[in-house]
Design a protein. Structure first.
Length: 432
């Protein structure tokens, strides 16, 4: 029951785009539910956005308006800043820093800011004794920060893995289903409100890498290290790759993997092949999934909508309810000063690889390819040659497990062959 003596928790919302509008809608539609679950009323007192006159499909008339999010963060009638503007620096950062300095809690969906400045922000929040929460920043509506930071707190984490960009997964699965053009499908994703303001953050893997860096810090108790993530986007994945991978029993996903290796923390966000029949292989559309692996629990698989107004606002409001209830959890699972600085391991770990080669179809070409692989110590597991496209014969090879360095060496040799018509492509096959 709501405690009538407890004052309401008053929110100031900075940013009224897709997610901000979703937050307003939940606060308005679920006022009674939120109050019952929090033990106090949750109210919006003020909002801030760039464009005051835009119709956002929600009634904002009873909220004070601030043009400047920093002024919003300073308002005495705001107890908590909800930052849903985005951007790793600029007004979002200034507003969060102001809120913390003023002793106010912060809930943000801003993975870029947290991935780049998370350590400083966590230190600041701890010193001020306020909450800093970012569930909505990682995998949209999936409560993965809570699962990893709280639900699996008794585990040594061995690996964290996920498909965490709805736009990329939407593009890859729509292209596969319909044979549609990359650019058309990206336009759909933008229209549906999945894509970042700058969609190159999506297709270039940066958005998903921000999320992976946050999960890695939380899972391994390390300082968040976005620059340590090896990133490759989906731009060079062709419809032919998608179809060839499918013929060989795989699907291509923009997959993030973080694991502690003997060389340090490996963080990579790259297109990978995964078995089509695996749970990650079966993800369609904007759906995200995260696999958390702990030494006590084994594998935990979470799946759900990774983008859009409802799912992202759902995650924001879950954080709000936690803070309203008085729950206090360090941003990265440990006091910020105890987070370790992990060496960067790059993407050196061994794996099986899918190779796509574009060869002139002439005697001895395949023998040269096989020799290049053999000389680098890479063993061929499966191979297919497809029909010619003009002079070019696409050749696909699945290797046995090999070190990344050996694959790179072989790719260099094959790319330099006079029979090579285009740079060879190597994609990791991840065991999931
Ligand atoms: N642009 C992101 C995505 C939205 O496509 O998943 C949430 O970060």
């Amino acid at each position: 029951m709501t405690d009538r003596q407890t004052p309401p928790l008053r929110l100031g919302i900075a940013g009224l785009g897709t997610v901000g509008g979703g937050v307003v809608a939940i606060v308005q539609q679920h006022a009674a539910l939120l109050a019952a679950r929090s033990g106090r009323r949750i109210e919006i007192t003020a909002v801030s956005a760039r464009n005051r006159s835009r119709d956002r499909g929600v009634d904002l008339s009873s909220y004070a308006w601030e043009d400047d999010p920093v002024a919003l963060a300073r308002r005495p009638d705001v107890d908590m800043l909800i930052e849903v503007m985005g951007g790793e620096d600029g007004p979002a950062k200034a507003a969060i820093e102001t809120a913390i300095a003023e002793g106010k809690h912060v809930v943000t969906a801003n993975k870029a800011l947290m991935a780049v400045h998370g350590q400083a922000m966590a230190e600041g929040a701890e010193a001020a004794g306020v909450a800093l929460r970012y569930e909505a920043g990682v995998a949209g509506g999936i409560p993965v920060i809570k699962a990893l930071g709280e639900g699996l707190a008794a585990n040594g984490v061995t690996r964290v893995m996920g498909v965490m960009n709805g736009t990329c997964n939407y593009i890859l699965t729509e292209m596969e289903k319909t044979g549609a053009d990359y650019a058309d499908v990206l336009e759909d994703a933008q229209r549906l409100g999945y894509a970042e303001a700058d969609p190159s953050f999506d297709v270039g893997g940066i958005d998903a890498a921000h999320k992976l860096a946050l999960l890695a810090a939380l899972g391994f108790g390390t300082r968040v290290d976005f620059k340590g993530v090896v990133i490759e986007g989906i731009e060079r994945i062709t419809l032919a790759d998608i179809r060839h991978a499918s013929d060989m029993g795989f699907r291509i996903k923009l997959l993030g993997v973080a694991q502690m290796t003997e060389n340090g923390l490996e963080q990579r966000m790259t297109p990978c092949l995964v078995p089509a029949a695996s749970p990650i292989g079966q993800l369609d559309g904007v759906t995200n999934a995260v696999q958390l692996e702990g030494d006590m629990v084994g594998d935990v698989f979470l799946q759900g909508p990774g983008a859009g107004a409802g799912p992202t606002a759902s995650a924001i409001m879950a954080d709000v309810v936690d803070v309203a209830r008085g729950l206090s959890v360090p941003a990265f699972g440990l006091p910020a000063a105890q987070l370790a600085e992990a060496p960067r391991a790059g993407d050196r770990s061994s794996a099986a690889f899918y190779l796509r080669l574009s060869l002139k179809d002439r005697p001895g070409a395949l023998a040269k390819v096989a020799a290049a692989l053999g000389e680098e110590g890479v063993s061929i597991h499966r191979m297919r040659q497809y029909d010619h496209d003009g002079e070019c014969a696409p050749v696909l090879i699945v290797t046995h497990e090999a070190p990344r360095g050996a694959i790179d060496g072989a790719m260099g040799r094959i790319g330099a062959m006079e029979e090579s018509l285009a740079a060879p492509v190597a994609l990791r096959i991840e065991e999931v």
